[in-house]
Ligand binder design. Sequence first.
Ligand code: UDP
Ligand code: MG
Length: 140
Amino acid sequence: MERTLCIIKPDAVRKNHVGDIVAMIQAAGFKVLGMQLTRISAEQAGAFYAVHKERPFYGELVSFMSSGPVVPIALEKENAVADWRALIGSTDPAEAAEGTIRKRFAASKGENAVHGSDSVENGMIEIGFFFSEKDLVANR
Ligand code: UDP
Ligand code: MG
């Protein structure tokens, strides 16, 4: 079993897509181990995306991610990281495949509805940003 982190981003929460996205997650066979409706500060968003600090879009990304409520979801499944990336679709919705979350719900490369971890190791780190192991185990 593998874990990965989903974050339903502020654009999708604002547009009331949380229910549809959770339905897609469950239909694809992911187990929801943890889920929150919360808000992150610019400082927290900056730390979460620290790997992108030198990129030109970093400032915009930090202000977007702290602009409204988000829904972090800890997911578990065999091959969770790659399967979640596949269900999300490409970063740029213009390039996202039919049936993916970003194809359906993303407005742009920046406001693209959901986050997905890019590796098993980062998935564990990112889940730890929002959830304690004790809660996740209790929900298994
Ligand atoms: N992003 C952006 N402009 C870009 C590339 C990325 O605003 O040209 C934002 C977008 O919200 C993206 C996030 O930064 O989801 C992280 O970028 P990454 O390349 O890791 O894309 P992801 O893993 O989310 O597909
Ligand atoms: Mg990424």
